[in-house]
Design a protein around this ligand. Sequence first.
Ligand code: F0G
Length: 458
Amino acid sequence: MPTYPPEPFRIKVTEPIRLISREAREAALKEAGYNLFAVKAEDIFIDLLTDSGTGAMSQDQWAALMRGDESYAGARSYLRLKQAVEDIFGFKFFVPTHQGRAAENILAACLVKPGMYVPSNMHFDTTDANIRARGGRPTNLVIDEAFDPSNPHPFKGNMDIAKLKAFIEKIGVEKIPFGMITVTNNAGGGQPVSMANLKAVAETYRSFGLPFFIDAARYAENAYFIKTREAGYENKSPIEIAREMFSLADGMTMSAKKDAIVNIGGLLCVNDEKLFGNVKNELILREGFPTYGGLAGRDLDAMAVGLYEGLDEAYLGHRLAQTAYLASRLNDAGIPTIQPAGGHAVYLDAHAVLPHIPNYEYPAQALCVEAYREGAIRGVEIGSVMFAYPDPDSGKIIYPKLELLRLAIPRRTYTQSHMDYVADSLIQIKARAESIRGYKFTYAPELLRHFTAKFEPL
Ligand code: F0G
């Protein structure tokens, strides 16, 4: 029987949740157009839609909120955040943003022109869409092992260096404003990137004179995976590993709603002074003055504390073991998930659970609907609903290689018995998998369609 260490915290404040009846769940699904984004939170029992902004803040973070300085310019809260950001990430300049996509939007606004390409291991949806929205083309160059859910490679978020070099040579540096990498690789299963790969990626970008940006949403989980899986790092602390990771890059975008364990916030860091000038102008236009960047002063303080708490070893050890526990309970019951378990989420292989549903009938969406129907559990589709786009040249729909149901685990929020409930519900679904059908769209916007699409069962 898999186990995980006891929670390294106890519960001081509670938030009630309730399980509504099967009939009520059926009605909620219908009303939502079979899109779980449209279901009311009060009708969800276990909400694994995202680990973004859904974590539980600590007593120290709540205390920090009270210290929030709401001065428009030069607030104490900003200076406290600045100290933490400089200590951990070490870039020359930074601005707070209201969340990760705001940082991505500003970076894309400053650097991406129509017809340009931005390589990464795998861009997440908002990064992908922010590059597309400027006429750019996000390009994913992760190692091939990432597309084999059963392959237990310890660093499946790694970039394929040979593919990256060939890509840059083919496209030409003048059409590549910057290169990226996402740690951990959320779209590919929450899989980490090794330090060796980060070094090789940095070296490759540098050899072509391209600026290197890290999407740092889950940098602390990535650092802990390096500690536990990469030779030479076992005796380093997560913060030391994080510092080494960021010393390789020229800047970063970050959603602080993940590893900084806050409900709202983000960061954009750069080393280039001229670019920073443009970043500030863009920020002032759309988000706010550079010392608050669209956040309240108290949010900056909660982030400053959370950036360190997210790097705590006891916390990270429990967190990654919790994800691994849920994955192994599912695997023991014959439900395949991406191997090894990711940092923040368990990714069910919908092609394997529902082999009779083709990608154009959205198997991962079907599995997502069933998780709600069975247990009022909300996950998110990461498959053809999210990532099938027409090729800009041929107009032909390109389907992603993976069809996944992601169960993202909010930080410090659910206990082991919640994980057992989730596993038991999914095991029930597996038993009746053959009777589950696919879906078709009744409405879909052009970009980021998973958020607002409507469906009909086939
Ligand atoms: N980058 C990564 C790797 C992400 O996972 C996300 C958000 C973002 C950027 C954008 O950040 O939401 O603060 O604007 N991911 C969430 C998720 C939404 O559910 O995985 P944001």
